[in-house]
Ligand binder design. Structure first.
Ligand code: UD1
Ligand code: MG
Length: 429
């Protein structure tokens, strides 16, 4: 976080103890009067509720009505319990974000809004790393939910907890990155460490179904990849995590893309449960829903603060956590190919970024568009990102308009994936 200021270098007891002095003066020796805490309110909640209907309507439709096979009562019940716990998680997240904002500001964990530089809003200290609230609430919801559903002898218990360990590890390393501001190449490696609990505990199958058109050439319908499958899982976790983090920097984009992908994953899961009668296949998708519903609920709560103009930033704590959670649900739900199509803009962003990430072209600390304080519009720069390319194609845009275009692109890729699956069903696999 280049924009982050960590002004306090003093080690005095008074400076460390907020009870003995007001936070602003304690952390900035040049400030003589204490500043009031900024007002952090979920002002975009009505917009979030309306947007959620776009997801909820098709989801509930598939959950209750339109299915090839009736969804079992037990499965539907557990999904609904999980949804209820997730809604409680949403409410807790909305309540806790302003509280946590005060604490992170007191520790000088804040950023400047780069796309508002040169305007009064660009000088505001925006609390950073509010992904900590989302991560904590998510983990509590996911851990408590086991009480309602997974019995002690459940086969899923080991993998479920290994998944949570990986998500928790990633969440921790994301927060470490936010606090220590690690060098870029170290950041890239963090997800490879966090994915280890899942890889070590994974006892599921390591086979892939060969696409039907390729079966005559390979001579097999199912291929056991063994350790190569685990290597693939590992690379997928590293990719998903970093790819969300580098498709960022516009108010609402980090959380917005997660919300769109998580919604697509949710709808995909519920469609697959209804389309199959194989209990193991169904269970894989139910398992994925158990993690995606809380992710979606808590992310929507964060979005109500992070949408333009952001009153909080999510930090790498959130981007890493969200990327790892999506990777985990894709891996354990056994739909990683579908997940990669949902991630199409992130794949494109990664490909565009390769020359800068590999050091072939110089990579600045922030690869963001150029903001013009006179017009309030953003112009694409030469940095290789989807954000910049979109601006170069569509012309100068305001920050919220750009974010909406990028999220629509994300949603279009998800719809394309559903269409592709529908066209290829029966022919491809
Ligand atoms: C990644 C990107 C970087 C991009 C940054 C934005 C690469 C290699 N790195 O770096 O190009 O600039 O994410 O998150 O592609 N910020 C805003 N507005 C927002 C969100 C963030 O101005 O809506 C700024 C704030 O100053 C905030 C900072 O970005 O403090 C956070 O950056 P950080 O997440 O630390 O950047 P990276 O993940 O290292
Ligand atoms: Mg980041």
């Amino acid at each position: 976080m280049a924009a982050k200021k960590r002004t306090l270098t003093t080690t005095s007891a008074t400076a460390r103890n907020p009870t003995t002095t007001t936070s602003a003066t304690a952390r900035n020796p040049t400030t003589t009067t204490s500043l009031p805490d900024p007002q952090i309110k979920p002002t975009k909640l009505p917009f979030i509720f309306k947007s959620s209907l776009l997801i909820l309507i098709p989801y509930l439709y598939f959950l209750f009505f339109r299915q090839n096979h009736e969804i079992e009562y037990e499965i539907r019940r557990s999904i609904l319990i999980n949804a209820l716990v997730s809604i409680i998680g949403f409410l807790i997240t909305v309540t806790l974000i302003p509280v946590a904002s005060k604490y992170v500001l007191r520790r000088n964990l804040y950023g400047r809004d780069i796309n508002k530089k040169g305007t009064p809003k660009g000088d505001v200290k925006v609390p950073e790393s509010l992904g900590i609230v989302v991560g904590i609430v998510f983990l509590v919801v996911a851990i408590l939910f086991q009480y309602f559903n997974l019995t002690a002898d459940s086969n899923w218990l080991v993998e479920y907890n290994a998944a949570l360990a990986s998500i928790c590890f990633m969440f921790l390393l994301g927060f470490v990155d936010d606090v220590l501001d690690l060098p870029w190449r170290v950041k890239l490696v963090l997800p490879s460490i966090a994915a280890l609990p899942l890889l070590m505990a994974y006892a599921g199958h390591t086979t892939i179904i060969i696409p039907k058109p390729l079966v005559p050439y390979i001579g097999l319908e199912i291929l056991d990849l063994g350790w190569i499958y685990k290597l693939y899982m590992w690379l997928l976790a590293i990719f998903c995590t970093n790819s969300i983090n580098i498709h960022a920097g516009i108010n609402g984009l980090e959380v917005g893309q997660t919300v769109v992908i998580a919604s697509a994953v949710l709808i995909h899961n519920i469609m697959q449960i209804g389309a199959s009668t194989d209990p193991e296949y169904q269970q894989a998708h139910v398992f994925s829903i158990y993690l995606v519903q809380p992710l979606l609920a808590t992310s929507l709560a964060l979005l109500s603060y992070n949408w333009y103009p952001s009153s909080v930033f999510v930090g790498d704590t959130y981007t890493y956590f969200a990327g790892m959670t999506l990777a985990v649900v894709g891996i354990l739900g056994h739909f990683s190919e579908t997940l990669l199509i949902f991630f199409a803009p992130q794949v494109l962003n990664f490909l565009l970024s390769v020359p800068q990430l590999a050091g072939i072209i110089p990579c600045p600390r922030h690869r963001l568009p150029k903001f013009d304080p006179q017009t309030g519009l953003l112009t694409g720069t030469k940095d290789g990102t989807v954000v910049n390319v979109t601006l170069r194609i569509f012309g100068r845009k305001s920050e919220p308009a750009l974010c909406i275009i990028l999220l629509l692109l994300q949603a279009a890729c998800c719809c394309f994936c559903f269409l592709l699956r529908w066209i290829l069903t029966g022919w491809y696999k």
